[in-house]
Design a protein around this ligand. Structure first.
Ligand code: PAD
Ligand code: ZN
Ligand code: ZN
Length: 376
């Protein structure tokens, strides 16, 4: 590895040239890391529902771009001033910008940075340039990570060391999907033992919410999805009931209300659609029900909520990356993983090489995979 230090690396990457375009595998040049940056050899990267939304809903991003934010890899080299990691360290990527210095970053209760919030930024590094070029053109970075490439360059603050015995092809799910769902339960909702929970959307993130609810001691976990093929896995992971809204004669919120004698204690929306947000809110109990919105709602979509739902004690809140901070999530998740509190492996239903990335997203779009992991 040492022979590449300080040099431009040529490697394969999946480039998205414009909104909604399929991934194109190209040779890219990846420049060496600058101050406070590091270059990473990506070993594994999961395909997350957020990228699926970006592709389908034509998100306004700076194109061309290298997407991907659920990565795990090995540090190839570090730029000037990097102190927390070194060449050869195993790390996972962190898509949330956390400067580590502002009032929010210093507050133990918050994980969104004052400087950037959850925004993925301009697609450029802090010096205003990109480390990727392809066919002579600069290619943008995505979400502080860009993992659909054999090598990427990220800020030092965009990785977390993972020096425990978890294979990187599994640990990549700590980088987004698993941590987001699990943390939404433990950090954002703070589900109490004995609670009744409903989970709308049984993708990789929703399944991780189910695992979180189980660890929190929920007495009942109701999975809701229009794809009934997801139910077997949801039950295996801890769901006590599974319902498809399409099988019902009444709206899902009324059915949940009746089933639970007055509504659930916690509902999690893990889809990102306006109507399921409204249904999740209406499903929770009028005194202390809490709805957590994990699903990313596409830009421009407005929510329509009946104001009467708030003539109650209900709470509705958002959650990004499960409320985790860079320095705290890996030790906690690794410890729970070692104690076998959750089954990370069962989320990975497919593995593919980088060249088959379009096939992987097709599996996700058609609901045939929970998490497909690309092995680079
Ligand atoms: P996924 O595509 O694997 O899962 C979505 C699930 O929702 C699928 O099982 C669908 O069948 C189901 N679904 C779709 N429409 C409906 C409907 N009307 N009613 C019931 N079920 C439905 O995605 P994922 O699990 O990777 O991600 C789920 C969401 O979470 C998505 O919006 C993604 O952008 C968001 C997310 N948020 C964060 C965060 O930090 N807040 C992080 C990662 C992902
Ligand atoms: Zn994600
Ligand atoms: Zn900050």
């Amino acid at each position: 590895m040492s022979s590449t230090i300080g040099k431009v690396i040529k490697c394969q990457a999946a480039i998205t040239w414009g909104p909604g375009e399929p991934f194109s595998i190209e040779e890219v040049e990846v420049g060496p890391p600058q101050a406070k940056e590091l270059r990473l050899k990506i070993v594994a990267t999961g395909l997350c529902g957020t990228e699926l939304k970006i592709l389908q809903d034509l998100y306004p991003l700076p194109y061309p771009i290298i997407l991907g934010h659920e990565g795990a890899g090995i540090v190839e080299s570090v730029g000037e001033g990097v102190t927390s990691v070194k060449t050869g360290d195993r790390v996972i990527t962190l898509f949330l910008y956390q400067c580590g210095e502002c009032a929010f970053c210093l507050n133990s209760e918050s994980n969104l940075c004052l400087k950037r919030g959850p925004s993925s930024g301009s697609g450029l590094m802090d010096d205003g340039s990109s480390r990727f070029t392809c066919k002579g053109k600069p290619i943008h970075h995505f979400s502080n990570t860009s993992t659909f490439t054999e090598y990427t360059v990220v800020r030092e603050t965009s990785v977390a060391k993972i020096d425990v015995a978890i294979p990187l092809e599994k640990a990549c799910l700590f980088s987004c999907g698993f941590s987001t769902g699990y943390g939404a339960v433990l950090n954002t909702a703070k589900v109490k033992p004995g609670s009744v929970c409903a989970v709308f959307g049984l993708g990789g993130v929703g399944m991780s919410v189910i695992m979180g609810c189980k660890v929190a001691g929920a007495s009942r976990i109701i999975g809701v999805d229009i794809n009934k093929d997801k139910f077997a896995k949801a039950r295996e992971l801890g769901a006590t009931d599974c319902i498809s809204p399409q099988d019902l004669e009444k709206p899902i919120q009324e059915v949940l209300f009746d089933m639970t004698n007055g509504g659930v204690d916690y509902s999690f929306e893990v889809i990102g659609k306006a109507d399921t947000v409204a249904a999740a809110l209406a499903s929770c109990n009028i005194n202390s029900g809490v709805t957590v919105i994990v699903g990313v709602i596409s830009p421009g979509v407005q929510l329509t909520l009946n104001g009467r739902l708030f003539f109650s004690g209900r709470t509705m809140k958002g959650s990004v990356f499960g409320g985790w901070k860079r320095n705290e999530f890996v030790p906690r998740l690794a410890s729970d993983y070692m104690k076998k509190k959750f089954n990370l492996d069962s989320l990975i239903t497919d593995t593919l090489p980088l060249e088959k990335i379009n096939e992987g997203f097709e599996l996700l779009r058609t609901g045939k995979t929970i998490r497909c992991v690309l092995l680079l």
